[in-house]
Design a binder for this molecule. Structure first.
Ligand code: AFP
Length: 282
């Protein structure tokens, strides 16, 4: 795993340089979700594939920017699914963005995930790597230095509700409003990586991206966004659900499958499960 950790560090340094210097205009290509790719999405995807190609322990990679997985080394042990630059549509307004990596053994199934990592590109570059513990690292010069272990409190103070409100179920709106009524504060930038990073580092809260009338299966992708963050939150002492099941118990029939998702401290996730269970019975 150390070779993968080092390769991710190298990609982070190169992606940081690409964000700082490269063209952020649109390309002529679409990704598998039908979104027009930014030049920067393509560049970051290329950087990661290049770096991972040189790591013997990596068997297969799946990128959010590509239709199919790619076998790099059939004798390798690890399968890595990555989103090269999540939230890339925020680069033009200079908000934080991130890269996300889910690391599996044998196949891309949540039950086979062994580690997970994301890098936040903001005023500073930080990396969170979850294996047995969830650890924060800060880029200083050319090296990532360990800062601390991240542990979530039982209950937090932040509320990050995703999706278009007019398309929410009424009970989902009641749930979100109930947290605000208790004094939770709104924190939502539209970038999953910085939004979840904030909840992890400021002691907890809730990030939700529910099923909506326009997206019944949610927006966020299981392999590239949902499973990696579910693993990170659970390793940090929090929890993650789709409203009914533990996110880490979900399957994934196609690499671009999505799911409704909720990540947070234990208290908030318990509330989500109760509200969703009550409304399923109606
Ligand atoms: P982009 O990569 O298109 O900017 O989407 C970002 C994202 O996938 C995720 O990072 C956010 O949490 C989510 O979309 C925001 O979606 P809404 O704008 O619908 O709330």
């Amino acid at each position: 795993m150390t070779d993968i950790f080092s390769a991710i560090q190298r990609t982070a340094i190169r992606i940081k340089d690409a964000i700082d210097t490269k063209d952020i205009g649109y390309s002529q290509q679409e990704n598998s979700s039908g979104e027009t790719q930014l030049q920067l999405d393509i560049k970051c995807d290329m950087i990661i594939q290049e770096e991972f190609s040189g790591v013997a322990s990596i068997n297969t990679v799946a990128s959010e920017e590509k239709e199919k997985e790619i076998v790099l080394n059939s004798s390798g042990k690890y399968f890595i699914a990555y989103d090269p630059l999540d939230g890339s549509s925020l680069v033009d307004v200079n908000l934080s963005v991130g890269s996300i990596f889910g690391i599996y053994e044998k196949s891309f199934e949540a039950k086979n995930m062994v580690a997970s990592c994301y890098v936040v590109f903001g005023p500073r570059v930080e990396m969170v790597f979850a294996h047995n513990k969830t650890k924060l690292h800060l880029l200083q010069g050319e090296n990532f230095e360990f800062v601390k272990e991240i542990r979530l409190g039982e209950k937090g103070k932040l509320n990050a509700p995703g999706g278009t409100q007019q398309n929410w179920e009424p009970y989902h709106k009641e749930l979100v409003d109930s947290f605000f009524a208790e004094g939770y504060r709104l924190r939502y930038s539209g970038g999953m990586v910085p939004d979840l990073h904030q909840i992890l580092l400021k002691g907890g809260g809730l990030f939700s991206y529910p099923s909506t009338s326009d997206r019944p299966k949610g927006k966020l992708r299981r392999l590239f966004e949902v499973f990696p963050f579910a693993f990170i939150f659970k390793t940090a002492g929090g929890d993650a659900t789709d409203g009914e099941r533990d996110l880490m118990e979900l399957g994934c029939a196609h690499i671009h499958d999505t799911s409704p998702c909720f990540f947070g401290s234990k208290h908030e996730i318990q509330r989500v499960k109760e509200v969703y269970a009550n409304n399923k019975q109606r």
